[in-house]
Design a protein around this ligand. Structure first.
Ligand SMILES: [Zn+2]
Length: 271
């Protein structure tokens, strides 16, 4: 596509919108319960369209930036939130995701890359979000063999101490308890996760003055704190006290089910 056809030429380097920031802004507005009266839906769809490349992948900016499965996920999540997939060539994007599939069963950040927990989540969430629309001849469905292979790889990454690692033979990390845990949840394989061991690992990652670190004895940060809590929302340990009564999580959009419902009623069902 030439720049003029894709709309890339309409953006200058000084006022460029960003695909990942647009996804987080939509979720942030929904969390703040904005009424979305002023949402510029055509403008957002134009951004999504401008970021897709000929190989199906997306850049974070209309004129460049990073390009891997993280941007694909954001484009799919934005389209799903807006309930409008007209900004995406879904068929070529799904083919790109399929090319990122790795022999281990996970997905690399880009084709040929090592399987990673975070990008495996991006791939699976994107494919399952795409199931809600059917404009493409390329099926986002996983074959039974692909699904089994991915479940096996994810489960192998739950280490003996209960936490998940993000790559084969790496140490466990609190954030991968979400990336891998949510991936298994999306695949309908939650029952195979050892929830007691998972909660035990995450409780050891909690810093004594608050916050959760990536590993026991490490320094806490907001990212790992959120990811650990999100993992526990998907996998509450049996018999835990009521501090574990977390809001239900929507694993595909990575937000609470209450916020997802706000999106449905204030963006999708708006006449
Ligand atoms: Zn981490």
């Amino acid at each position: 596509m030439k720049g003029a056809e894709s709309g890339k030429d309409d953006y200058s380097e000084y006022d460029t919108p960003h695909l990942i920031m647009t996804y987080t802004a939509l979720l942030s507005l929904a969390i703040l319960r904005d009424d979305f009266e002023r949402l510029n839906k055509p403008g957002i769809l134009k951004l999504v369209r401008s970021c897709q490349r000929a190989d199906g992948s997306f850049t974070s900016l209309p004129n460049g930036g990073d390009s891997d499965l993280r941007q694909v996920y954001c484009a799919f999540a934005i389209s799903s939130i807006l309930d409008d997939w007209s900004g995406i060539d879904v068929g070529s994007a799904v083919k790109y995701i399929q090319r990122c599939s790795n022999y281990e069963g996970g997905y690399g950040q880009s084709p040929g890359g090592e399987a990673l927990g975070g990008t495996t989540y991006c791939a699976l969430a994107s494919l399952y979000l795409a199931l809600s629309q059917s404009t493409s001849s390329v099926s986002p469905h996983l074959s039974p063999e692909e699904r089994t292979r991915t479940i096996r790889w994810l489960l192998q990454n739950q280490t003996p101490v209960g936490g998940f690692s993000g790559r084969t033979n790496k140490v466990p990390d609190a954030c991968y308890c979400f990336w891998a845990g949510a991936s298994l949840h999306i695949l309908g394989a939650s029952e195979y996760v050892n929830v007691t061991a998972l909660a035990s690992f995450l409780s050891k990652c909690q810093f004594k003055f608050g916050g959760i670190a990536k590993a026991p004895e490490d320094t806490p940060d907001p990212y790992h704190t959120y990811m650990a809590v999100a993992a526990l929302a998907l996998y509450p340990p049996e018999g835990a006290d009521k501090s574990y009564n977390l809001p239900k999580l929507n694993a595909l959009w990575n937000t609470t089910e209450d916020t997802a419902e706000w999106i449905r009623s204030h963006i999708q069902r708006r006449s």
